[in-house]
Design a protein around this ligand. Structure first.
Ligand code: NAD
Length: 403
């Protein structure tokens, strides 16, 4: 009798939540569990806007994966997955090849630039903790340069943010919080700072009511953000973004250019499976994929369809759904090991909160709209709860948001 091999790819919200739950549900004799992740650490992907703006130190947004594992049950391999051989049931990594009986693919998101010319080369991406670190360091470096140089370049104080989705908005919220401090540090007149958000769609945050959208726009405009709505970005270059203004193309200038206008699932998805769109694969209602009873795909690489008939659409990719999928998957793995029938995944939408810096925000929680301090408080509860659910009280206490 050989123990079944369970292999989990990725230690983001989905993968690490799977492991956190699974190690509680099984004994060391039940199965072999291997977790494979590119880095030794897990980072809070939902805090990347804070690390990017520099309102939170990047180190406070991560913790060692090993610190939340039960080493008697889980082997942790820090390696990059390079190939998934779905039929051979193996996973190739930069640190060897691993066999699996049950596989959980939770490889997370990447930035999607839609092939826009120059975007990868000339714009920062909000993709992982390192890209976030680079953004905050770059902004500070530009401000320092402005303060020091004699022939002052106004572009040093200009920041362009592409996209007014949740990522763009939350980033702008943090940037408006960071600016006064940064200006003070370098003796810069805050009115010289220029933050511009460029959004292609005629309406931003379509999932929110007009009241909430107005709140967001008023908050950010009052703190110096200019919005260019219904203005698609068509290229990026060393000067900034090129946008479409009616039929005309217009160059927008800045020395800090950030793309926050699109994400996709991991590139490995297309290379490993069929029917993958933008790195996401439609999953069955038990989160396994068609034709493969031993492969679960969860988190940002999965598309959970909701709605009926022609209105069927994938649910948005969020940490909330990733964590629920992780818990669900852990329970299903136990069922698979016991040859039991699997359950149907039901997403429980508890709501959405977008932060505007650390003291303000907007959101819909349990169907009720909230703004201001209440929203900021709820957001901290949500963020700390995620730490607690995956890492337990130790991680929540060390990294949680209590103020
Ligand atoms: P998104 O795709 O939701 O938003 C991107 C925005 O960029 C859209 O408004 C789009 O119209 C715009 N855009 C696209 N191409 C453009 C172009 N060429 N020029 C100008 N604008 C362009 O991406 P996101 O904000 O990164 O969010 C990704 C996912 O993560 C979503 O599912 C979101 O709900 C989730 N998220 C949630 C939270 C939260 O709950 N607080 C925070 C961040 C992200």
């Amino acid at each position: 009798f050989e123990r079944k091999k369970v292999v989990v790819l990725g230690a983001g919200y989905a993968g690490l939540q799977t492991i956190a739950k699974l190690q509680k549900l099984v004994s060391a004799q039940d199965c072999d569990i291997t977790l494979i992740n590119k880095n030794e650490y897990h980072y809070e992907a939902t805090w990347l806007h804070e690390a990017s703006a520099g309102t939170r130190a990047y180190k406070d947004c991560l913790y060692p994966v090993a610190s939340v594992l039960d080493a008697s049950k889980v082997d942790f391999v820090a390696a990059e997955v390079t190939k998934i051989n779905r039929d051979e049931k193996t996973v190739e990594t930069t640190n060897g090849t691993f066999k699996f009986d049950i596989l959980v693919v939770a490889l997370g998101f990447e930035s999607e630039t839609f092939g826009i010319k120059g975007m990868k080369e000339h714009a920062f991406q909000i993709e992982n903790i390192n890209t976030a670190r680079r953004i905050s360091a770059h902004i500070e470096e530009r401000f320092a340069n402005y303060a020091q140089s004699t022939g002052k370049d106004d572009k040093d104080l200009a920041i362009l943010v592409g996209g007014a989705g949740f990522t763009g908005i939350e980033l702008l919220g943090e940037l408006t919080e960071r600016m006064p401090e940064l200006c003070k540090k370098y003796g810069i007149d805050p009115s010289k700072v220029k933050m511009t958000c460029v959004e292609a769609a005629p309406k931003m945050l379509p999932m929110f009511s007009d009241k909430l959208v107005d709140y967001v726009v008023n908050y950010l405009e009052a703190r110096g953000v200019e919005f260019k709505i219904a203005t698609p970005i068509v290229a990026a270059n060393e000067n900034g973004f090129v946008v479409k203004n009616g039929e005309q193309e217009e160059q927008l200038y800045a020395n800090t250019v950030i793309w926050a206008a699109g994400v996709r699932g991991s590139q490995l998805m297309e290379e490993s499976f069929e029917g993958v769109k933008r790195g996401r694969i439609i999953v069955r209602d038990d989160l396994r994929i068609d034709g493969y009873d031993d492969i679960f795909v969860i988190g940002d690489c999965s598309a959970v369809m909701a709605g009926e008939g022609d209105n069927k659409r994938p649910l948005p990719t969020t940490a909330q759904i990733a964590m629920q999928q992780g818990e669900f998957t852990a329970k299903q793995i136990v069922k698979l090991l016991n040859n039991d029938k699997l359950d149907t995944f039901k997403y429980d939408d508890k709501g959405t909160v977008a932060s505007l810096g650390s003291h303000d925000g907007v959101g819909v929680v349990f169907g009720k709209e909230i703004t201001g301090k209440k929203a900021a408080f709820m957001k901290k509860v949500i963020d700390t709860r995620a730490l607690f659910k995956i890492g337990g009280p130790g991680v929540a206490f060390k990294k949680g948001k209590f103020l």
